[in-house]
Design a protein around this ligand. Structure first.
Ligand SMILES: [Zn+2]
Length: 96
């Protein structure tokens, strides 16, 4: 079983679904598929094992975490990230 992101085309929001299996979405509604993907990467837990309350709390933490723009690609990365997931740049801060 794996987790997939289902994106709503008109508004761009996204939800998590579990595949294969019964067609059920679970967890919070994300602002975008990108946010959902970043949240899954950031979350140290399996969201399928979390209650809705836990996921809501984790999403708040995720949205409030300190971030900085990657000097390589401009993507928003964790303030303490050692490498950028988008451009795979290591030690992004030390570049000129
Ligand atoms: Zn980057």
């Amino acid at each position: 079983m794996s987790i997939q992101i289902l994106e709503e085309k008109d508004c761009g929001r996204a939800v998590l679904i579990c595949t294969p299996g019964p067609d059920f979405a679970f967890g919070p509604v994300f602002r975008s598929a990108d946010e959902a993907a970043a949240f899954l990467e950031w979350l140290p837990l399996d969201p399928r094992d979390c209650s809705e309350d836990t996921l809501a709390r984790k999403l708040d933490q995720f949205r409030e975490r300190p971030t900085r723009p990657c000097p390589g690609c401009g993507d928003e990365i964790d303030a303490d990230a050692e490498r950028c997931e988008m451009c795979d740049r290591i030690g992004a801060e030390n570049d000129t």
